[in-house]
Design a protein around this ligand. Structure first.
Ligand code: NAD
Length: 349
């Protein structure tokens, strides 16, 4: 039987959840609650039931799952209340603003025996899945370094995302997705050092971009960058492996792979540069390098709710686990510390 879901917050993401739920094969929409009367009116106009309060949602025994899609500073209080009321809970990302706050939520989940999950929906992004599958297949050998970037040019949104107390800024907003993706690739490798620097080009209160490098025990590296003042965007993904390079220029594009066929080349033709010639930087030819695109993987974001319901029914393990969510939170917390201290930090996570 389909699970009944109520959504708290009918803003950008809450209304996205409602549309997903209305088109789902595993969940149905019980209704919404939003603190803003205008948002409630909008929901009613879309024929969605509106609860009169958060408490009314929690008191409705017909509601199996509560989705928390409000600004980040209200996540902890609402998640804990919902768990204590006996509801299963899905919280929007970032789960909270500190590891300590997350631990309180995880403890409440443990006590309640209910299923608590965080909506890390960008695990279903096809660009990320393409890079992950190239690493896992070993097609171009062992990973050396992967770079994950998103570049926009419009600054950060002018809503609560500009306010530090509400959990604004790009580390918490986009960083949480990109770090979560990276840690899926490096699930078995420990981070031993990290460095982060932030930008404040369009506003001063929160970061409007950041550059984060993660150094792993294995010697591999991951680089994560978010920019909101980049009028020319760099590639979405760039990855060096022992036997080749892979790149995705943007969300909509296939992965392009350059695979080494032979290391040694005969008679390399030097390339002319401004101040002289170079063989070191001369491009390779098809005798030693094979270049091709990889088909985009098939992905369905409805699988998030499918997995959540299967986990509720005990037929699948949750794909998004609380230890994974905690590790992402730890990285974000260290990223803020590194940026503030302007230091490389040692760690073991
Ligand atoms: P938003 O400002 O568009 O919407 C937030 C809504 O919450 C507003 O309608 C507001 O009135 C309501 N609200 C605030 N306090 C409330 C309260 N106490 N009770 C009930 N309603 C309340 O913000 P958004 O973009 O929808 O972001 C909401 C959450 O979703 C954030 O945590 C954000 O990080 C997350 N988000 C996730 C994704 C994703 O891809 N997973 C995308 C966007 C946003």
């Amino acid at each position: 039987m389909k699970k009944n879901v109520a959504v708290i917050g009918y803003g950008g993401q809450g209304s996205w959840h409602c549309r997903q739920i209305q088109n789902s094969d595993v969940v149905t929409l019980a209704g919404i609650y939003d603190i803003e009367p205008k948002k409630c009116e909008a929901a009613e106009n879309n024929n969605i039931r509106v609860y009169e309060s958060f408490e009314a949602v929690l008191e409705d025994s017909g509601v199996d799952v509560v989705v928390i899609a409000v600004p980040n500073d209200s996540h902890k209080e609402m998640v804990i209340k919902a768990l204590e009321a006996g509801k299963n809970v899905i919280c929007e990302k970032p789960v909270e603003m500190s590891v300590a706050a997350f631990d309180e939520m995880a403890e409440a989940a443990e006590k309640s025996g209910k299923l608590f999950s965080v909506h890390q929906n960008r695990r279903w992004d096809v660009d990320f899945l393409a890079m992950k599958s190239i690493v896992e297949s070993g097609e171009i050998g062992d990973l050396i370094r992967i770079e994950s970037r998103i570049h926009g040019s419009r600054g950060i949104p002018s809503d609560w995302r500009c306010t530090k107390a509400q959990g604004g800024g790009m580390i918490l907003d986009w960083g949480v997705h990109l770090i979560d993706q990276m840690l899926q690739i490096f699930a078995e490798d420990k981070i031993v050092r990290l460095h982060c620097s932030t930008t404040n080009i369009t506003n001063t209160e929160v970061d409007d971009g950041f550059k984060l490098t993660l150094y792993f025990e294995s010697g591999r590296e991951a680089y994560v960058e978010v920019g909101t003042y980049n009028f020319i965007a760099m590639p979405r993904f760039y990855m060096q492996c022992k036997n080749g390079t892979a790149m995705i220029t943007d969300w909509t594009k296939k992965a392009h792979v350059a695979k080494l066929k032979a290391w040694h080349e005969k008679d390399v033709l030097p390339v002319q540069t401004a101040a002289g010639i170079t063989k070191t930087m001369a491009p390779r030819d098809e005798i030693t390098l094979d270049e091709y695109d990889i088909e985009r993987p098939v992905s369905d974001v409805h699988d998030y709710y499918r997995n959540y319901c299967a986990a509720l029914g005990g037929t699948q393990k949750p794909l998004i686990t609380l230890p994974q969510v905690r590790r992402v939170m730890q990285v974000m917390e260290l990223a803020f510390e590194s940026a503030e201290k302007k230091q490389v930090l040692e760690t073991n996570i």
